[in-house]
Ligand binder design. Structure first.
Ligand code: HEM
Ligand code: CU
Length: 559
């Protein structure tokens, strides 16, 4: 009890502190990069949608795979990473009453390195030297500068991870006997995952660099694919953890409620951190060289994420029902109507949470061995991740913008901007629903993903796909409108909205909660458990891939 009281008192103290201007500049810089990237990535997405439907052809000198490589890398990696970091660092600054000077320096070094790395990689794509798609699977080989860019990017990410860990340790040392504020706890989980996720891809890139430089002749393709998905699958869980931080802690405040039991929230964070990396093989279900038992283990691990997900769903419905009833909602569903549907700060993350239902269901299909055979490498998969990352994650991010950006720039969220946000949310939802639904259906009847021209010389089966490709194009057009509105809203709130203050909506715990246990803060132990689970899932198959390797592959440039 005592602990909880202290916690609440402290939280009130932090509420007054807010994010100081120097730290705000860091987050605003991240958001500027994120939304400039969204604009470019969105335009490329529209081009792909139109090109697949045969409604547009790229000017000579550009090709579909080049555009797709840029779209994937910019949106999947750059947009999500920069938003995640900008938001989590704001949460950290808010919770700790400011970042340490050394942490700030490291973060700025990290930002500069990340920008340099991304510019190197993207320049190679623009020069048509790196149309290897965002997965950059060997034996496809890009220009060495592309991979050097990735190395610089990863070092930039590590600089920020180090900053967060130093800041966290400093806070723990100066606040003995206290548990960290819950948003800072989430941030630690997120950056620990960033660090361990990037280890896999770093080893991969260090295998590729000597190979593209001609120092080694061949490469073990299976090992590189495996290391890529160690990263790729973990990235997905990083977004998920970032989104849940807003669902658990921000949404309850916006709807006038309290957050759920902190012990359960911390357990969800710890489970997500420990369990997630070894799910990578569900992206490689069709790959040879991995035994069925190991694939089964990874499938089991990916499905184990259902446990924290269901805990989250239960907790969120509890919190929402309670808030809705407090506002007078009666009967079985009366509380649902009482939720603030006209408030973009609620509407966007709410639709994001709802989208997690079809998204999760599709994910179970993808990760099941037999069903994966039907949808593997078809447009179904593209439909799936535009629902999960494109709605569940991205709409949560958009929703956060409407309070965080005005808060950081000391401006107001006006009624008009809220309305624009609500309209944007519905346009985005409609666009993604149209595009992703038709992608799912087209995939079920065989339409391949990552393919520019799917007419196959007028083959009958292929003709059936065409209707759906027109529908993708229609969804893509709506989405482009959504991108333009969102980018406008972000920069308007950053630079032009009327001066004033905007609340940082952090929910408080319910009364009479049990104390928050100190053992949850043992990040060293969680990291060791994480590594143990990774070892369980990866040591045997990777050793097997190396010991029983077929001849490796020389590099290929297929474009
Ligand atoms: C304007 C909004 C968007 C449109 C119109 C759009 C459209 C498309 C289309 C048509 C494809 C084609 C696929 C193929 O040939 O396989 C694609 C792929 C992809 N999109 Fe989007 N998308 C949009 C937003 C996003 C967002 C917000 C994200 C992630 C944050 C994203 C991530 C991806 C990824 C990772 C791929 C796969 C790339 C690959 O297979 O290498 N997209 N998108
Ligand atoms: Cu995955």
């Amino acid at each position: 009890m005592e602990l909880v009281k202290n916690e609440t008192v402290n939280q009130n103290k932090w509420l007054k502190l807010g994010v100081n201007p120097e730290d705000a500049l860091i987050s605003k810089t991240y958001f500027t990069i994120a939304f400039a990237t969204l604009l470019i990535g969105g335009i490329l997405g529209l081009i792909q949608g139109l090109e697949r439907a045969g409604l547009y052809s790229l000017p000579s000198g550009f090709n579909y795979y080049q555009v797709l490589s840029a779209h994937g890398l910019l949106l999947l990696v750059v947009f999500t990473a920069t938003f995640t970091m900008g938001y989590q660092l704001a949460n950290l600054s808010y919770s700790f009453g400011g970042l340490l000077p050394i942490a700030k320096k490291l973060i700025w070094v990290g930002i500069v390195l990340k920008v340099i790395g991304v510019v190197m990689a993207v320049t190679m794509i623009v020069l048509n030297e790196a149309s290897v798609l965002y997965t950059f699977y060997p034996p496809l080989a890009a220009h060495p500068i592309f991979y050097f860019g990735l190395v610089v990017l990863v070092i930039g990410i590590w600089a920020v991870c180090l900053a967060v860990i130093l800041n966290y340790r400093h806070w723990r040392k100066t606040h003995p006997g206290q548990t960290t504020p819950i948003l800072a706890f989430f941030a630690m989980g997120v950056f620990i995952l960033w660090f361990f996720a990037s280890l896999g891809v770093t080893i991969e890139v260090f295998m590729i660099i000597p190979w593209v430089l001609g120092i080694t002749e061949t490469i073990n393709v299976m090992v590189t694919r495996t290391l890529f998905w160690w990263f790729g699958h973990t990235l997905v869980n990083i977004w998920y953890l970032v989104a849940t931080s807003a669902w658990y802690i921000i949404v309850p405040k916006i709807i006038g409620g309290k957050h759920f039991n902190e012990k359960l929230i911390r357990l969800v964070v710890i489970l997500l951190v420990i369990l997630n990396i070894p799910g990578g093989f569900h992206h490689q279900i069709i790959d040879p060289a991995i035994s069925l038992t190991i694939k089964f283990l990874h499938v089991f691990m990916s499905l184990s994420i259902a446990v924290p997900s269901l805990m989250t769903a239960f907790a969120m419905f509890y919190v929402m029902e309670k808030a809705g009833r407090k506002k007078g909602g009666k009967g079985l569903f009366g509380w649902f109507k009482k939720l603030p549907w006209n408030d973009v700060r609620f509407l966007a993350p709410m639709i994001a949470m709802i989208a997690f239902i079809p998204g999760g269901a599709g994910g179970i299909v993808n990760t099941s061995n037999q069903m994966n055979q039907v949808i593997h490498n078809t447009m179904w998969v593209v439909g799936h991740f535009h629902i999960t990352v494109g709605v569940s994650v991205v709409l949560t991010f958009f929703g956060i913008c409407y309070w965080l950006i005005p808060h950081l720039s000391k401006r107001q969220l006006t009624k008009r901007m809220n309305k624009i946000g609500v309209i944007q949310t519905w346009i985005w939802t409609a666009g993604m629903a149209i595009m992703a639904f038709s992608m799912h259906i087209a995939g079920l009847i065989g339409d391949p993903r990552r393919t520019s021209d799917t007419t196959y010389g007028g083959m009958e089966a292929a003709l059936n796909w065409f209707h759906y490709e027109y529908i993708f194009a229609a969804g893509a057009t709506l989405l482009m409108i959504g991108v333009i509105i969102q980018v406008f809203a972000v920069f308007h709130m950053m630079f032009f909205a009327p001066k004033g203050t905007t609340e940082y909506p952090v929910a408080e715990p319910e009364e009479d909660q049990p104390s928050v246990p100190m053992w949850t803060e043992r990040w060293g132990l969680w990291s060791i458990l994480l590594l143990a689970v990774v070892a369980m899932a990866y040591v045997i198959p990777i050793v097997d891939m190396i010991v029983n390797a077929p001849p490796g592959s020389p590099p290929f440039k297929t474009w």
